[in-house]
Design a protein. Structure first.
Length: 187
């Protein structure tokens, strides 16, 4: 009896970039464990939080010659089959020739109920492999809660903050009140 050989169909980063180039601009794809995954449009509350983050963190980033922006893919030399697109990326240096950053300083993921387990699990594991990354923000959309993950020597520390807390961001020489991240939303 003949048995067909099973081919590994997992994509690496280079193949994913070529594949994604041919997709319509309106589509946003992530590469998760070698599989392209189409991202659904986020809810308005989610987008309001992202806009608030970009506005507040962007003001701090500007002062350091950096930029806060949405929609960049993050790549790590440690994991070729994973290219997530966080909600906010802060990076410094010259503009990128494409939409993929190897050198983020800060990333923020705004949690949605449907993506929470992936964002709080597999993506955190990935982000910890990005050498330049100093700060990871996990921002809840269904409650006022922000987790501030910070690289500390060889490990990461985490701090949970509520409505009256402030994100201390010495990397950007400033702070962001948690209240400002949820500005304009019922909390």
């Amino acid at each position: 009896m003949a048995v067909a050989a099973r081919r590994d169909t997992r994509m690496g980063c280079a193949e994913f970039k070529r594949w994604a180039e041919g997709r319509p601009d309106a589509e946003r794809w992530e590469l998760l464990d070698g599989e392209p995954v189409l991202m659904s449009p986020p809810r308005e509350r989610h987008q309001a939080i992202v806009a608030n983050l970009i506005r507040r963190i962007g003001d701090l980033a500007d002062g350091k010659g950096c930029r806060a922006m949405p929609g960049l893919g993050i790549v790590s030399p440690a994991q070729d089959d994973f290219v997530p697109i966080p909600d906010v990326v802060v990076r410094c240096g010259p503009p990128l020739p494409d939409g993929y950053a190897e050198d983020p300083l800060l990333v923020a993921e705004v949690l949605s109920p449907s993506t929470m387990s992936l964002d709080r699990g597999r993506k955190i594991d990935f982000y910890r492999t990005v050498p330049s990354l100093k700060v990871l923000l996990i921002v809840y959309s269904d409650e006022v809660r922000v987790e501030l993950w910070r690289r500390e020597a060889e490990d990461w520390g985490v701090q949970a903050l509520g409505l009256d807390g402030s994100l201390a961001l010495p990397e950007l020489d400033g702070t962001v009140p948690v209240r400002d991240i949820y500005r304009g939303l019922a909390i």
